[in-house]
Design a protein around this ligand. Structure first.
Ligand code: R5P
Length: 297
């Protein structure tokens, strides 16, 4: 078995190969002047089971095409099975036709991902909202791991929080708040959100009196523009929370997102390395490696 990665997954692939004590194969990729992408697999994969790691944050379109080229090339070079590890799976938030004629993007993207002949797909904290499980999206075996327990434990221990109240900024964040609260043996609450535009959201909460004088850890799958997290911080601060920490699995941190969340009153923001960022303090490599060891390999 060998591990490889595209531009979006090389560092994680190297770490996973180390945990699994197996060979890492490098890939080369570059963009031609006209925007086309070139890839090359730099080792032999004939007859091998190959784990292909490609997280697709920040440059989803480029990284998706690169993934397709690498996976198809691995197959063409004689790889026996390919397991696609896509820690950040993009396009998952467009999971319904909200207006007539819209693409349900996640359906198209998942078809492309599996059509290149992968035998399984692994993601981390995929944005599951209207589709309730990852198996409803892929027809090959698919597994959605969660980094929320690791994130919650890291943040609580690093910042000395004892049984903080965990908060999810919107209804779909309940799944992540539950896991984080469970890891900390604490309680959780879920706020409500209405999105007004790409950057604008409104956050509301019922019975927010429970946050008074409590330390709060807000958890979400993604911080993109920071609008959701910043508004959630503001709402909890106004309601009287003592200390507020924020954590997310996928720190896309578009433009001034980190500034927005910190200036809203969060003491710190913690993320994982599914998307490299200045706050990627928690690595998902051990989570993925042990899952591969125990379940898939
Ligand atoms: C969507 O509901 C997700 O769970 C996140 O809350 C959302 O993607 C965050 O986006 P932003 O940071 O742009 O508000």
């Amino acid at each position: 078995m060998k591990v490889t990665g595209g531009e979006g997954g090389k560092i994680l692939a190297l770490k996973i190969a180390k945990y699994l004590d197996t060979e890492y194969i490098d890939t080369l990729s570059r963009t031609f002047p006209d925007g086309e992408i070139y890839v090359r697999v730099m080792g032999s994969v004939k007859g091998e089971d190959v784990i292909l790691v490609q997280s697709m944050g920040k440059k989803p379109n480029k990284l998706l095409i690169e993934y397709l080229l690498i996976a198809d090339t691995l197959k063409d070079l004689g790889a026996r099975n390919i397991i696609a590890v896509i820690p950040y799976l993009p396009y998952a938030r467009q999971d319904a036709r909200f207006n007539p004629g819209e693409a349900v993007s996640i359906k198209t993207v998942s078809k492309l991902i599996e059509k290149v002949g992968v035998s399984a797909v692994i993601t981390v904290d995929m944005h599951l909202h209207r589709f309730k499980s990852i198996q409803a999206i892929f027809s090959v075996p698919a597994y959605n791991l969660s980094a929320m327990g690791l994130l919650a434990e890291y943040t609580a221990s690093e910042f000395g929080l004892s049984k903080p109240l965990v908060a999810g900024p919107d209804e779909e964040a309940e799944q992540w708040a539950k896991i984080a609260a469970n890891a900390l043996q604490s309680d959780y609450l879920v706020l409500g959100k209405t999105r007004r535009g790409d950057y604008e959201v409104e956050i509301r909460g019922k019975s927010l009196a429970v946050v008074q004088a409590r330390d709060v850890l807000i958890v979400d799958d993604i911080i993109s523009t920071g609008g959701t997290m910043a508004k959630a911080v503001e709402a909890l601060k106004t309601a009287g929370a003592k200390r507020i920490l924020a954590a997310c699995t996928h720190p896309l941190l578009i433009e001034d997102a980190l500034y927005k969340v910190l200036s809203a009153g969060a003491e710190a923001v913690v993320g994982t390395d599914t998307v490299p960022s200045p706050i990627s303090f928690v690595s998902v490599a051990p989570l993925i490696a042990s899952f591969l060891k125990e379940t898939v390999l």
